[in-house]
Design a protein around this ligand. Structure first.
Ligand code: NAD
Length: 469
């Protein structure tokens, strides 16, 4: 089948490459001409395991094409996916301007019957809005094609996006006509062979399913972070508690980790957008508000621990390991590391940062402040001369504790771990102070190893209140 995909970002590109790999003929269209040029040359603009190979293979086979011309993409397409961004607007709602632009272009350009499929995460009612915009365009030029609209939210996880697309748990399909559902079944046939994965429903339910899924996952994280705070205060160990509750199959072990807060391009904006939808519908989103508030507080946890355990932060050197919002991606949108590094720079620290793949995107997100961060080529190099090490992302390469390597390079002996990677007793036995999330700080007093503040250092009040909270 001939398929057009609007938006060649994480979702559009993975969808396009996988559908092409399944045998469809896919044309991806993006407004970013530079991105299109790179993609045509077989170069992925995002770091996602396996994506570049898939891209190159399908380009070579002629099943995958890229253009910045929507007319070209729509020429023979029977189905057009919308996979453009829906970022957070200032009032917390989803900004639908990119989706609206695509709908208008389709209304102006569609030359044959078409099924438009919303894959972007969009609030309930967006399919109706897209249909109205397309129909306006069709009516303005007297075109009589049937343009159906469907909702097909995406559940892929960055870092495992290709496996998630090809072997996902479910394919949620919201339609209002049997023929549209049938067409989507054909699109997904290559990925629906082992068992029936399609969950068909009405459009508003499909639109809400995506938000409910992300809000539930974010709620699990905030819940565990709240239990972690209680653990710390009450002298319990969150890792024991996690295993104790995860063993109940009604709870399960997945997504049950306390940490430095959730980030990424989805959870923060989706929780806010769902809360906005709830308010508009006259519902009070009490749980969603709490999920967001707990996370906002949690993102400050590493900075607060450093502030507590290093006497006087200004003038200190802090090594930061992990800049992406999670491992196996270079996506730094809303990453806890951004919050930490901005706070450290504001407090007058020197920052040496390392991430296996995300230094470039992190520097771009920091903007001018990036000039004040030293990005290194290895984790141990970042630790050189550091008074403290802060761990923000649980990349595999950080998981084995290298006591010798760190002791040789670090000036201080403090590790603040936002991902609970190590056994506190072992780290303390190696001579480090080790603060993690929801567990007793091991190896104190940290000051002995961390050294005294440089002369004339301002006190902890140097950290702006907005960052401390
Ligand atoms: N990233 C994820 O893990 C993920 C997972 C599931 C769902 N989603 C949702 O999918 C949507 C896309 O997210 P993303 O992370 O892929 O975004 P992204 O920012 O990586 O990519 C969006 C792309 O759309 C392009 N674009 C903007 N306007 C366009 C237009 N008029 N025509 C063609 N292209 C246009 C941009 O240039 C960009 O390349 C969002 O709604 C997001 O919430 C994302």
């Amino acid at each position: 089948m001939r398929i057009a995909i609007f938006g060649s970002g994480y979702v559009g590109l993975v969808t396009g490459a996988c559908l092409a790999d399944g045998g469809h003929h896919v044309t991806c269209v993006d407004v970013d001409s530079e991105r299109v040029a790179r993609l045509r040359a077989g170069e992925s603009p995002i770091w996602e395991p396996g994506l570049e190979e898939l891209l190159r293979g399908n380009l070579a086979q002629g099943r995958l094409e890229f253009t910045d011309d929507p007319a070209e993409a729509l020429e023979d397409a029977r189905v057009a996916f919308v996979a453009v961004g829906t970022p957070q607007a200032p009032d917390g709602s989803a900004d639908l301007s990119y989706v609206d632009d695509v709908a208008r272009r389709i209304g102006e350009l569609a030359r044959r019957d078409l099924l438009v499929v919303n894959k972007s995460t969009v609030p309930v009612g967006t399919a109706a809005r897209v249909r109205a915009l397309i129909e306006e365009g069709l009516a303005a030029r007297g075109a009589g094609h049937r343009v159906g609209v469907a909702s097909n939210p995406e559940f892929l996880k960055e870092g495992a996006a290709i496996a998630d697309f090809k072997h996902g748990d479910r394919i949620v399909v919201g339609t209002e006509a049997a023929e549209d559902e049938e067409l989507l079944r054909l699109v997904y046939e290559p990925f629906n062979r082992q068992r029936e994965k399609i969950i068909a429903m009405d459009i508003p339910s499909a639109e809400l399913t995506k938000y409910a899924a992300n809000a539930m996952l974010a709620a699990k994280i905030s819940f565990m972070n709240e239990i972690a705070a209680i653990s710390e205060a009450a002298g319990a160990d969150i890792e024991r508690v996690r295993q104790g509750i995860g063993s109940d199959p009604r709870i399960g072990y997945q997504f049950l980790y306390a940490g430095a807060g959730y980030g990424g391009s989805c959870f923060p904006k989706d929780v806010a957008a769902l809360a906005h939808t709830a308010r508009q519908a006259g519902c009070e989103p009490r749980i969603l508000d709490a999920v967001e508030a707990v996370n906002a507080h949690q993102k400050g946890t590493l900075l607060r621990r450093l502030d507590e355990l290093l006497p006087g932060l200004a003038g200190r050197t802090v090594a930061v390991w992990g800049l992406a919002f999670k491992p196996r991606t270079d996506d730094v949108r809303e990453a806890p590391a951004l919050h930490l590094v901005r706070g450290l720079l504001a407090a007058g620290c020197t920052v040496r940062a390392y991430d296996p793949v995300a230094a470039g995107t992190f520097a771009a997100a920091l903007g001018e402040e990036a000039a004040r961060v030293e990005f290194t080529d290895s984790a141990l190099d970042a630790a050189r001369g550091a008074d403290a090490l802060a761990i923000c992302t649980e990349w595999e390469e950080f998981r084995a504790f290298d006591a010798e390597g760190l002791a040789e390079r670090m000036a201080g002996r403090l590790i603040v771990d936002g991902r609970n990677l190590y056994d506190p007793a072992r780290v303390a036995a190696a001579g480090f102070a080790y603060a993690s999330v929801g567990r007793r700080t091991a190896g104190l007093p940290a000051e002995e190893g961390a050294g005294q503040p440089p002369a004339g250092s301002p006190s902890r009040a140097a950290i702006p209140a907005s960052i401390r909270s």
